[in-house]
Design a protein around this ligand. Sequence first.
Ligand code: HEC
Ligand code: HEC
Length: 264
Amino acid sequence: MTSKSGFVTGLILLGLLVLGVGTETRLGGNTLTSVGSQTLKFRVPPKISFGKRALAIRKGEALFEDSSPIAGNRLSCASCHLDDGTDANVLPLVGVASAFPRMSQRYHARLNLSQRINWCVMNSLAGKWLEPGNPELNDLTRYLDWISVGYPKNVPLPWLKRPVLVSDKRYFHSGRGEELYRSDCAYCHGPKGQGSTHGFLAPPLWGPDSYTRHASLDRQAMLAAFIQKAMPAVAMHGIRPGGLSVPDTQSLAAFILRHNRPAG
Ligand code: HEC
Ligand code: HEC
């Protein structure tokens, strides 16, 4: 770099600092996004307070955990967005209301938050599209607004980026996936992927009560990333969440996606 371009770069950087354009820094493993003097950090949302809207927020939270009134399968929002969307590692939704409306590459449209919720309702919960004004949709939106309190609009929140593992055909084998499934997953999710309701309550992974072919988790790279971060939910033979290798999670994802599920 010549000293002139170095000087220009310096000026631009100074300009960005003065303008307060967001920069990202990594500190002690926590991703921080700073905007001017503000520092946006992932934080577990405050307890739901008392007041007019608290009832709706609580109803939304309850619906997040038991989605049976709006689901066509046996999953809930919390089956995938762990700890009601507040687990920083597994599909967190903290701050998500501030990120909408926004352009969706997947759906080729500008979506508002209600529409984005609806895509998960239809594809991941195999449910019906909820029209504006629908009470369940309102409660879910209020809940997501609540866990987004304090985050300004349109500032990228790094934890909302989706983890995706790169798919590499050389490194996965659904035979190996089946073997791992039997040893580390079937205990909770059932030998036929049907889920279980006794002992550990675990949702179905395939078959008529699982997510549809249009769900985000129907993509191998996304499913593998989910499994890598979140499963097995408790240690199985010494393997904890985060303990499976990338090829093993790819093999598990390939094995799971080989089975039938609702077309959606
Ligand atoms: C089967 C798993 C699954 C279920 C069930 C599910 N989701 Fe999702 N959801 C995902 C995945 C995976 C993504 C990320 C998709 C992507 O980025 O392509 C996502 C994304 C979202 C987003 C957008 C997040 C962002 O940062 O852009 C919202 C909002 C959301 N889900 C809400 C919900 C709600 C509310 C429910 C229940 C009504 C629900 N989801 C049920 C898997 C699920
Ligand atoms: C101790 C029981 C347990 C074990 C073992 C387990 N899971 Fe899960 N799994 C759960 C529970 C419970 C959920 C719902 C989310 C939550 O509450 O953590 C879940 C959710 C999931 C989901 C998303 C929801 C769905 O229905 O599709 C996938 C995918 C998944 N598990 C895959 C696996 C795989 C692959 C393994 C083996 C490596 C595994 N799980 C082992 C209990 C378990």
